[in-house]
Write a protein that binds this ligand. Structure first.
Ligand SMILES: *[C@@H]1O[C@H](CO)[C@@H](O)[C@H](O)[C@H]1NC(C)=O
Ligand SMILES: *[C@@H]1O[C@H](CO)[C@@H](O)[C@H](O)[C@H]1NC(C)=O
Ligand SMILES: *[C@@H]1O[C@H](CO)[C@@H](O)[C@H](O)[C@H]1NC(C)=O
Length: 266
């Protein structure tokens, strides 16, 4: 009796300590980039309990501002994150008019690690008939800054990569896959990375005090998606899946393979 009670307690304790941080705690800790002078950042807001996806390791969560895939592990795990994608043509959602935006990026940290986030990616904006793009890099909590010298247009294939050379130094690189031309920004920060989250995200970012109206971005497939660890590269399999939901409507659908993450506007 005593022995079996102890076994139960031991099992409970093992379960408790083996479990990753609660979904709620992790979602609430998610940070977003901030555009210089415009975009502001606050912790993400969890909308709903996660649901286990059958026997899969993946979880599905809902967020008002993030969609995509997040891998999380122990501190010091992820040294680089990369993927390629074809730059989409954003549209106004059906019935909408005005300005709509979204952003696709890869990053290290900002999920279970709250102290810093190293990210790079591309914003896409549609304003009436006009579409524009900005390539940017950021080491949160500093703002995001635009790259210059990499004019982006719909249909371009680009590779985005962040690399941490230490917890306080790294670089962001965007490559034009057609030409091999790259823009690189070396960054340092006093805000140390934990190197424990790797992510591939399409985001509805914040500007002023509200989220920008979210564009119908069609679909973004992060191909060649991988994260570098000290023991080799890992793909997005087993990532936590996040769908973007606003006003009760789920706006994205996310799927992963061992080397890709596809985020579709639905
Ligand atoms: C995410 O959206 C919520 C509103 O639903 C907002 O309160 C929060 O600040 C946003 N987080 C970020 C990081 O933009
Ligand atoms: C796990 O996910 C894969 C891909 O989404 C799916 O094909 C498979 O049926 C899932 N397995 C379970 C047990 O849900
Ligand atoms: C990549 O280079 C091609 C060929 O010069 C150009 O048409 C395209 O716009 C470039 N894309 C980016 C993102 O630099």
């Amino acid at each position: 009796m005593l022995a079996s009670a102890l076994v139960s307690i031991a099992l409970l304790a093992t379960t408790a300590f083996a479990a990753p941080p609660s979904r709620s705690a992790r979602m609430e800790s998610r940070l977003a980039r901030r555009r210089e002078g415009a975009h502001l950042s606050r912790p993400n807001q969890r909308l709903e309990s996660s649901s286990l996806n059958g026997g899969n390791v993946s979880h599905v969560d809902y967020s008002s501002n993030w969609s995509g895939a997040v891998l999380s592990s122990g501190a010091g795990t992820y040294k680089a994150v990369t993927a390629s994608f074809v730059v989409p043509t954003p549209k106004a959602p059906s019935g909408g008019s005005g300005t709509y935006s979204a952003s696709a990026w890869v990053g290290i940290d900002g999920d279970s690690c709250e102290t810093a986030i190293l990210q790079t990616g591309v914003d896409f904006t549609v304003d009436g008939g006009s579409v524009s793009y900005d390539a940017w890099y950021e080491w949160y909590p500093d703002y995001a800054y635009d790259f210059s010298g990499i004019p982006i247009k719909a249909g371009d294939t680009i590779t985005v990569t962040v690399t941490a050379s230490s917890t306080k130094a790294g670089k962001a690189v965007i490559e034009n896959v057609t030409t091999g031309k790259t823009v690189t920004k070396s960054l340092t920060s006093s805000s140390a990375l934990c190197e424990q989250d790797a992510e591939w995200i399409v985001e509805d970012y914040e500007e002023g005090s509200s989220l920008v109206p979210f564009a119908n971005f069609g679909s973004v497939t992060f191909s060649g998606a991988s994260a570098t660890t000290s023991s080799g590269s890992v793909g997005p399999s087993g990532s936590d899946i996040i769908d973007l939901r606003q006003s009760g409507t789920v706006l994205t659908s996310v799927s992963t393979t061992s080397s890709s993450v596809t985020v579709s506007y639905v």
